[in-house]
Design a protein around this ligand. Structure first.
Ligand code: URA
Length: 193
């Protein structure tokens, strides 16, 4: 797919946000509706549980660099509503390569920030960065090797999965698991925390 086609319908490119000195980089999937309008990652509904989980894990969001594997909102228009479409990649859906098209940007962000810990939020970022065999349910919360990307890597669930919980028990449990994983990521930075 030509790279231009990806951003054709988006309001703007949503690059990462944060300091270039960040020790931790968090990579999500792709901007949603709100992110597309504001031009910042994780400022919409999925950003709220992420912010709370970061706080509970003792991580100040401003000290991390937060970005996405895909830099443009992808949606289908339904009347006035814009319905989010997942990014496609060769290993996820053979007909499109949104992740591949945006990979040079992500690679550039990694090269500039040089994070000590790379945190992948959800399967799309995890498989794009760490390989198609990574499974969030099996591998979450533990140190993974990605020597070409960062000294340590870790995967966790995408914060939007909390929003899809069926009830409060499931939501609390999903949220607490995210906090635990982010705490584990912080421990990779400071083992004595
Ligand atoms: N979901 C993501 O993966 N990234 C965002 O920035 C917002 C929602």
């Amino acid at each position: 797919m030509p790279r231009l086609q990806l951003w054709a319908d988006a309001t703007q490119t949503v690059f990462g946000a944060g300091t270039r000195n960040a020790e931790m980089m968090l990579v999500g999937e792709q901007p949603g509706d709100q992110e597309d309008l504001e031009g910042e990652p994780f400022v919409g509904p999925a950003g709220r549980p992420l912010d709370r989980a970061l706080t509970d894990a003792g991580i100040e969001r401003g000290t991390a660099y937060v970005t996405n594997a895909v830099k443009h909102f992808r949606y289908k228009a339904r009347g006035k509503r814009r319905i989010h479409q997942r990014p496609a990649a060769e290993h996820l859906a053979p007909d499109a390569e949104h992740l591949a098209a945006c990979r040079p940007w992500l690679t550039a962000e990694l090269a500039v920030v040089k994070p000590d810990v790379l945190g992948c939020l959800g399967a799309v970022a995890a498989q794009e960065l760490l390989g198609p065999s990574v499974r969030v349910t099996r591998d979450r919360g533990r140190r993974l090797d990605a020597p070409s990307l960062a000294p340590a890597a870790l995967v966790t669930a995408h914060p939007s999965s909390i929003l899809r919980s069926r009830d409060k028990t499931e939501r609390d449990s999903a949220f607490n698991a995210l906090v635990d994983d982010l705490r584990a990521a912080a421990c990779l930075l400071r083992p004595n925390r």
